[in-house]
Ligand binder design. Structure first.
Ligand code: ADP
Ligand code: MG
Length: 738
């Protein structure tokens, strides 16, 4: 990689990008077409199914999609045939069972839609059984010990609740059938199965609450909804390839801070650079085609950082769309000479990236259960759902923390720019006031006292409060939904939402049990009201410690949280063991979300991945230090030595230059010693057979501190080495050349 060439090309690309870009006219998303002409065109969605399926088949499929009723193979045959016709009419030649293995990525294995007809020709074919079940060779996917290689078979099974879609490559169109991935004994080997199970659990118990309130008429299902805001960085691709650390670790392992970073706050919501806007537009148009309802785009806080966000959808569809979104961001960027970076912290000293996970519960009749309503009676129900979430989050803060843990998100959480590692809930003043009154007894007033309601029997009217913003809270109520902000930008949304759904399902289950017990079958409104009030009072008393509306970044909060007994799990190694605790295995088992073996398998993979990722970074650092930075430092040192010698030879004043030489040589020496220290720590790491917790702990305690020191020394060298010999694109170039 010639760095000067890379620099030159990167600068040229800022104005030449449109010449390089590949036309996407083939996909029909050219900017000349209005969006409504192609929105959802590449998705085998409800509309397409209604048009293409016989009435009875459509009706029976809907029973499966909406209420989880089993699907007969004869129905599947008809659906498969219609799906195949639709796909080939749109240019598809192949189909794939598309799934989300425990790697956190998506996986696909393509099969041709055509088969020989036995007479020298070809026929298009997709049978019901091929639609419903597949058997990829699963032996190379991680199972965390769930599956021995001799029983490597894994099955993919069609998830009809998420619409099939077409994936368009430069020369290919592939029909993607969303599936779950399970072992031959039925154990979940993917991220989707437990999510679907957790949605079932939540639906069941939320419906019991609705039944108690008598608001369940026509409700057959309660869905969880998710809207995930995706933050990411863009760097010029020429520069990207000149940084081995970005290439192999998705983050910079070295790099001195530039004089101008994000101090001036001039990037946030600034005008989007032309190349970036053209790129984002193409991403949006491709995603519109498969029905991803993207809504917003803007510059984020850090230079080179952007955000794109869809309108919320049913969780499992939102999670699938979120995976396609991340894949599209990365796939399309090179067409504009850009590289999309989803890592949580690609650059030190500027903001990291998150994935704000907006979450709520909604009936299939369209009622958002976290949306306060005007009638008092419904508000009581609203408060029950709010309190259920409060109880769940307080009781299982450790699981929520573990749900978002990863080596990459560790760089972000707890730093002074991202949600702290302490899980607390921001409710806003108005709702907090009502919660406090609940604790006292009957709430008598709302804080924004426009509407006072003193009725002895009633709870207050709650004005909607959408304006409240507290960016420092990891978990905030924002008017009609909760926003879980600590989720990492590179993470799949499936796992944190699985945890959310499960812990809230438990909470709703317990509330339903208690209310059913106290009000019995003949619930008069008065009896119900007093039972609810008594119960909420108890919940608030017990769990209000998790509510915090102040500055989550402050040091006082760390102390205060400790006083309140809230867990503060600094990093992944501290957080993951929550999944090994009895409390967790019981919870997941009770709600049929994960067996102990399934949960243990996941914990194994998380810890293993953590250890592995840090090892890779350590090795990459040693390499870059030896192959790139040290040679530059020695070159600089000889330049200084030569300058010193030649100055001395003519009898010039050498005091300053000698001092510079000595300082620099001393720094280089320390740098060399630290390379060896890191290399040695790396070579002493426990072998693969050792429990991954021990390996992860070793990486955290022995590799990370050595990496940190090495980086500090390198960054100090960077600012002292002549720019013509510094071998890496600098932060200034990476962040600002757009
Ligand atoms: P912001 O939080 O930046 O003010 P919005 O309130 O418009 O932005 O919404 C942010 C995200 O929350 C969007 O992705 C939106 O679709 C999602 N969202 C809104 N309502 C819900 C809901 N009921 N359930 C889940 N997500 C929701
Ligand atoms: Mg945001």
């Amino acid at each position: 990689m010639n760095i000067d060439q890379a620099r030159h090309d990167a600068v040229a690309a800022t104005s030449d990008w449109s010449a390089n870009r590949l036309s996407n006219a083939q996909a029909g998303t050219s900017t000349k077409k209005p969006v409504d002409e192609f929105f959802g065109h590449d998705s085998f969605n409800h509309q397409t199914m209604r048009q293409r399926l016989p009435k009875d088949v459509y009706r029976r499929l809907m029973q499966t999609i909406e209420y989880g009723e089993p699907l007969d193979l004869d129905v599947a045959d008809v659906v498969a045939s219609a799906m195949k016709d639709w796909a080939i009419e749109n240019g598809a030649t192949h189909y794939t069972h598309w799934f989300q293995p425990l790697t956190g990525q998506t996986a696909e294995k393509h099969d041709a839609l055509i088969s020989p007809d036995g007479k020298g020709g070809m026929v298009y074919e997709l049978s019901g059984s091929a639609l419903v079940q597949g058997e990829p060779d699963a032996s190379s996917f991680p199972s965390g010990g769930l599956r021995a290689t001799f029983e490597a078979r894994g099955y993919t099974a069609w998830d009809p609740t998420s619409p099939a879609f077409l994936m368009r490559g430069e020369n290919s169109v592939t029909l993607c059938i969303p599936t779950v991935f399970v072992s031959w004994t039925g154990e979940a080997l993917d991220k989707k199965t437990p999510l679907l199970r957790s949605m079932d659990a939540l639906s069941k118990h939320a419906q019991r609450i609705l039944h108690i309130f008598g608001t369940d008429a026509n409700v057959r299902r309660v869905h969880t909804t998710v809207g995930a805001e995706q933050e990411f960085f863009l760097v010029d691709r020429n520069l990207f390839f000149a940084r081995p650390d970005l290439l192999s670790c998705d983050r910079t392992l070295f790099g001195a801070k530039p004089p101008k970073g994000q101090q001036l706050a001039d990037h946030y919501f600034g005008s989007i650079p032309a190349r970036v806007l053209a790129y984002m537009t193409e991403v949006e148009r491709e995603l519109y085609r498969i029905g991803v309802p993207l809504k917003t785009r803007h510059n984020e806080v850090a230079p080179g950082q952007f955000e794109i966000a869809p309108v919320f959808e049913n969780s499992n569809v939102a999670v699938d769309h979120q995976m396609v979104l991340m894949e599209s961001l990365q796939r399309i960027a090179p067409r504009y000479g850009l590289q999309a970076i989803l890592h949580e912290k690609p650059f030190d000293g500027v903001n990291g990236s998150g994935k704000h996970n907006n979450w709520s519960m909604c009936t299939d009749t369209g009622v958002n259960l976290l949306d306060p309503k005007d009638e008092t009676h419904t508000n009581m129900q609203f408060l029950v759902f709010i309190c259920a979430v409060i109880r769940a989050v307080d009781r299982h803060a450790d699981l929520l923390r573990a749900a978002i843990a990863s080596a990459s998100n560790d760089h972000r959480l707890g730093a002074n720019e991202a949600p702290p590692a302490i899980i607390s809930i921001f409710l806003g003043d108005m709702l907090t006031d009502i919660i406090e009154q609940l604790e006292q007894g009957v709430p008598k007033r709302t804080l924004k006292a426009k509407r006072l309601d003193l009725g002895a029997l009633s709870l207050p009217n709650i004005p909607r409060d959408a304006g409240d913003r507290n960016r420092t809270s990891p978990f905030a109520f924002t008017g009609n939904k909760f926003e879980f902000r600590a989720v990492g930008s590179s993470a799949t949304a499936a796992w944190p939402n699985t945890i959310m759904n499960t812990i809230v399902a438990e909470s709703l289950d317990e509330i339903a049990n208690e209310l059913e017990k106290t009000v019995g079958s003949k619930a008069t409104p008065a009896k119900l009201q007093s039972a609810v009030k008594a119960l909420l009072k108890k919940i608030v008393k017990e769990h209000k410690r998790v509510i915090f509306n102040g500055d989550g970044y402050s040091e006082e909060w760390q102390k205060e949280a400790e006083k309140r007994g809230l867990p503060n799990l600094h990093d992944s190694v501290d957080a993951y063991p929550a999944f090994r605790a009895k409390k967790a295995t019981n919870l997941f088992h009770k709600y049929n979300v994960l067996t102990k073996a399934e949960l243990d398998g996941r914990t194994f993979i998380f810890l293993d991945k953590y250890a592995m990722q840090i090892q890779i970074e350590a090795e990459q650092m040693v390499l870059m230090a030896r192959q790139m930075i040290l040679p530059a430092a020695l070159e600089q040192q000889s330049r200084l030595a030569e300058a010193l010698a030649s100055t001395e030879s003519v009898g010039g004043e050498c005091g300053q230059i000698r001092r510079q030489f000595d300082l620099f040589a001393e720094l280089t020496n320390r740098f060399m010693a630290q390379i060896e220290a890191l290399d040695e720590a790396e070579s002493k790491r426990p072998p693969e057979e050792v429990d991954p917790y021990k390996r992860a702990k070793y990486a955290r305690d022995n590799l990370i501190p050595n990496m940190k020191t090495l980086r500090e020394l390198a960054d100090d060298l960077e600012v002292r080495i002549a720019s013509d010999i510094w071998p890496l694109p600098t932060y200034r170039e990476l962040l600002f050349i757009k």
